[in-house]
Design a protein around this ligand. Sequence first.
Ligand SMILES: Nc1nc2c(c(=O)[nH]1)N[C@H]1C(S)=C(S)[C@@H](COP(=O)(O)OP(=O)(O)OC[C@H]3O[C@@H](n4cnc5c(=O)[nH]c(N)nc54)[C@H](O)[C@@H]3O)O[C@H]1N2
Ligand SMILES: Nc1nc2c(c(=O)[nH]1)N[C@H]1C(S)=C(S)[C@@H](COP(=O)(O)OP(=O)(O)OC[C@H]3O[C@@H](n4cnc5c(=O)[nH]c(N)nc54)[C@H](O)[C@@H]3O)O[C@H]1N2
Ligand SMILES: [Mo]
Length: 696
Amino acid sequence: MISTVENGVLVKVEGDPQHGYTRGRLCAKGYAYPELVYSPFRLRYPLRQVPRGSGNWERISWDDALTEIAEKMLELRDRYGSFLPVCLNRQSGDLGILHLAAEGMFRSLGAVTLANGTSCWSAGLDARAYDFGTNCNSDPETMADARFIILWGTNPAWTAIHQMAYLEAARSRGARVVTIDPIYTATARWSDAYIQVRPGGDGALALGMARALWEHGAVDQEFLASRVRGWPEFREYLAREVDWDWVEEKSGVKAEVVVDLALAYAASHPAAIWIGLGLQRHQNGGNNVRAIDALAALTGNIGIGGGGTYFPDQKTWRFNMHIMSYRPAVSSFKNASPRLVNINDFASELDRLEAKGKPGACPPVRMIWFSCRNALAQDGNAGAVAQALSRMELVVTTDQFITATARWSDIVLPTTTCFEHWDAVASCWHRWVGVSQPAIAPVGESRSDLAIAWSLSAKLNQLDPGCCPFPTQGNEKKWVEEELKGEMLSLAGVNQLEEFLEGPRKMALPPVAWADQTFNTVDGKYHLWSEQAAADGFPPLPVGVGSSEATHPPLYPFWLLTPHSQLSINSQFWDLPSLRALEVQGVLWIHPETARVRDLRTGDRARVYNSQGEMTAVVQVTRNTPPGVLVCYQGWGGWVSTAEVGMGLEAGAGSSGQGLGLNQLVSSAPADMGRRSTGQPGLALHDTWVNLSRLW
Ligand SMILES: Nc1nc2c(c(=O)[nH]1)N[C@H]1C(S)=C(S)[C@@H](COP(=O)(O)OP(=O)(O)OC[C@H]3O[C@@H](n4cnc5c(=O)[nH]c(N)nc54)[C@H](O)[C@@H]3O)O[C@H]1N2
Ligand SMILES: Nc1nc2c(c(=O)[nH]1)N[C@H]1C(S)=C(S)[C@@H](COP(=O)(O)OP(=O)(O)OC[C@H]3O[C@@H](n4cnc5c(=O)[nH]c(N)nc54)[C@H](O)[C@@H]3O)O[C@H]1N2
Ligand SMILES: [Mo]
């Protein structure tokens, strides 16, 4: 992004034309950045809330805030014998490397508790590791060379707008594009064909396609014989188990449509399948990703530009992780490594430690530090997380806004945006890497995550000299240099950081994954049959694993999908005048048949509930969602409260009410896979079941 600054004020943000992937364009959120930076709700000073959740906020100094935090940490350490009662729960913020500062600081203390894993992409990563040995993708720019494209459980027209240019390019050269999604999305509308799949029914659909490929002799025998392990077993499985009634019932797609799709896919080389994130956030998500990967193996659509299966990737993430390199002095504590708890089931994890909880090996968590994280808006079963927080002696949130999570905190520390600090950013999709340079001074008293980590270390060391090995000050730009030097610089074709200031660089990485068709598995073959999967407790073949439809509680008959919305990034960017993200907040899409059985019309208010919680929604009757499936776009329950608190603060008044939103209802059940790649299983957040009634 290129910023225009006038008199020290950020007035405009534009795309950088030198960025070869985005080509000078931003999404709507990007263009709205100046509004976010100067939003009246932006957090400008450290705040303390007494008591937590009361809305009774007071401005405090950085020194007071850090003293209170550091004293509590040291007191807990003395009481329990280690820093294990202190827990960090973080995600990525804007994906800049220096946002890992909080984790670097906490890890330097040794035995702390870290929330580990991610709700984002874990199941898919493991699935692809079983199939290929590693999740490895072609440059997404190569999708422009595809002759046929399946967008499977992804909604790029909203969530990856820049990729649309490459899809357009392919289409202008004659490629056909098919979207497979339970929801008739903006992407579906743009595509040549749309197939409405049952949620969690992708495995059945892919297995049906596999059967059709085999029955119609459309498989690549040579590739299967030489490059694939497990074809005889898989073929036998298809013949024995995959019949058309089963495929139709589980996928909701007619057999002739399945056959047509399979044959069209096999007939066009290269053919690309983009495996989205939505479809793997199910209890059978990883298995379903494996079933989709199998289609590429059956047709030999691997190792060619514009062919293969695409998934998010971390190829450009080659930072040195200097920021994580500080460790406790060996003598300080017996158990110097952190204790990891599952971020996707955070409330139960805290409960479990509470039950065990005693001084010594396994103390309970008593303090939580949230960084780049809005757990109460984004976690499954968010109400239980709020409940677990009520047992904490101290909750700290570092953020740019008073989010839902901040409202359940004692101390909130203001952080800078990417316009106010140095950082380096790599994508989890395309191959470009950039360095961000501060364009303006920090707004208010905000500090970067790195500066906060330094100042907390300084305070800890002031109170107990030598207790925290993390540096107490430094130069942000130098820390960016530390992350880049070596591999990142050489892949980017530059000698020093300064060259990045002229524009972003594309990493010199092979454009096509598996070009030599040698995979990263033990025998170099693609694994339809994966011993690794079997060793981890999964079926060795991609098979028909049931969705939550078979087992959901009958009291909650409606399937609730909560995908990503167009004008927010998760819980970020709400409440900005030029974006209308708030307009989808609490809007529930229901099919006319659902409306009929519940006597609802567009505009009616409905109560949506399950055993975890309830919310009020405004009904929108639409055929964009199938009967029995409800849709509510995610991310709200965050800033809703900012307005109230922000204004209350200016006016010196307090506020009340916690305003937890949608994610109270969302499941915290695990996806099947994810442990191998991210330490914890993914989150099956789409396996959420609710009931619905009219509110009079
Ligand atoms: N505008 C915008 N862009 C974003 C984000 C955002 O919040 N807003 N978030 C960013 C982040 S963190 C992520 S992870 C990505 C997510 O990017 P995507 O993967 O595109 O987004 P999702 O909305 O999670 O899911 C995509 C689609 O999966 C569908 N889906 C759900 N269940 C199933 C299923 O069982 N089968 C099939 N076939 N489809 C299913 C949903 O209906 C949805 O349309 O986007 C990133 N970009
Ligand atoms: N119902 C439902 N829930 C979901 C999903 C879904 O599809 N449906 N998707 C899941 C997915 S894919 C993801 S990735 C997660 C995202 O979950 P989170 O990462 O928790 O959510 P975000 O809203 O993206 O960002 C969290 C906070 O980071 C703050 N932030 C931004 N930049 C910085 C910074 O530089 N420093 C600090 N300290 N804070 C910063 C933002 O203001 C925001 O409040 O949500 C998950 N939750
Ligand atoms: Mo995500």
